[in-house]
Design a protein around this ligand. Sequence first.
Ligand SMILES: [Zn+2]
Length: 486
Amino acid sequence: MSVAAGSKYEPVIGLEVHVQLLTVSKIFCSCSARFGAAPNTNVCPVCLGLPGALPVLNRKAVEFATLAAMALNCRINEISIFARKNYFYPDLPKGYQISQYDKPLAEHGFIEIHTKAGAKKIGITRVHLEEDAGKSLHEGFADAGEKTAIDLNRSGVPLIEIVSDPDISSPDEAHEYLTRLKEIILYTGVSDCNMEEGSLRCDANVSVRPRGQKEFGTKTEVKNVNSFRFIREALVYEIDRQIDVIESGGKVTQETRLYNSNEGRTYGMRSKEQAHDYRYFPEPDLLPLVVDEKWQAEIRKTMPELPEARRKRLVAEYGITEYDAQVLTFSKSLADQFEAAAKAAKNPKRVANLVQSELMGRLKASGLEIEQSPISMSGVAVSADLVESGAISGKMLKDLYDLSFARGKDFPAVYEDEGRPQQSTDTSALERIIDELIATNSKQVEQYRTGKKTVIGFFVGQVMKASKGQANPQLVNELLAKKLEG
Ligand SMILES: [Zn+2]
C-alpha cells in the first residue's frame, strides 16, 4: 500500500475482550474453575451438558463481573437476562452457550487512553457475563493426526465479555486500550488476565473508510490473536489489506479472519464456519439476574483505588514524574510495595527521589524491568534512611547501588557485606583538609570574604574530593562557613 493511499483512509476498530473471572468454582455448578487440572476431571452433569441438569448462578461471578464493570465506568443494569446462544461445536456439549444478549449486566462505560494527541475516551458498549466452552485439543496425542480430543474442564468457567465502541482509530490506540483495560482488571483482582492460559482473549473488528466519511466501511473480524503485540501487527496488516482491496477497485468481504503470527498476515476462514445465526432466546432455566442498588453499593465498597487515580495521587503526594508514576503503578503489588516503603521511611519523598534518580536509570541501563530489580522497595527505604540520618553520603549511596546491581543483591545485604560504611564525621581530619585548602586557595578565600558566598561550593567540592566522598556534606558546609568567615 502506498503512503498516499494510506492517508486517504482512516481505520475504525472495535475490540471484544473475554476475561476469565478468578472464582473458585464455575459459573453454573460447583466444579473447580482452576486452570491446569488433568483433562476432564473438573466436570459434572451441569458443565457436561447432560440432559436434565440445571444451572445455578455463582454469586461471586456476579460480584466480580459487577466490580469490573464499575471499574470500567459502566452503568450497572439492575435487571439483566441470561440468554442461550445456539451453535454447534464439539467442545460445546449443550449445543448452546449461556450468555447475555439484549439485556446485559452493564453498559455505557469508557476507558481513558493516552495518545500522541492527548487523553482520549474509548467507549465501552457493554460488559456481560457468560460461560466458557471446552477446549479442542489437536496436538500432543499418538493419534492426533486422525482425532481431536476434547477437554471440558474449561466448560462453564465464568467469563465477562467487554465490548468497546468503534472508537479506536489506530493499531497503537488498540494496543493502549488493551494495556489500560488489563491494568484496570488486574487492579480489581477479578482476573489474572493471563493470556497464555487463555484468561484474557481478544477479537478485533476492523474496517476502513475514506477520511471524513461518516458511514462505516465493511468490517472484518480478526480472531485467534494471543498477545497485544500480535493484535497490533494483525491490525496493521488487515488495515493495509483492506485499503489495497478498495484501491484496486474491489470490495471488502464481511468475514472472520485468523492471524498467523509466523507469517504476519491474516487469512479468511472458510465461509461455512462463519454463517452465524445464534437464535438467541432467554435462558428458561435461570431467573432474571437482579443486582439491586443495595448489592451494587456493597460491591462498590470493595473497589480498590484504580491505576489512573493512583498515578495522579502519587505524582501529587510524592512529587515524582508522571512517567515514574506509570512505572511504579505497573502492578498493584509494586505500587503497594513502593507506598509501604515510602511510608515506613523517615522521609517518603526521599524514597520517591531515590527510585526516580538512582533506581530507574540503573534498571534501564541493565535492561531490567522493575520487578527484576536487585534493590527492593524496602531496600530503597533503608538506603533513604541512611542518607537522611547522615550515616552515608549521596556519593556512597550511588556506589552501594552500583555494587547491588553488580552483585544482584539487595541494598541492605550489600551494606552489611561492605561493613556498614559510614561517612566521615571526624572533625579534626576535615579541619586539617579545610585549613590546607584555605592556605592554598587565597584567591577564592578573598572572593568569599568580599561577598561572593557561592564560592563555598568550590571548597565543598574540594573537601569531598579529598575525603574520597566519605565526608558528611552538611558537616563540611558548617566547618567551611566557620573557617572562611575566619
Ligand atoms: Zn460442573
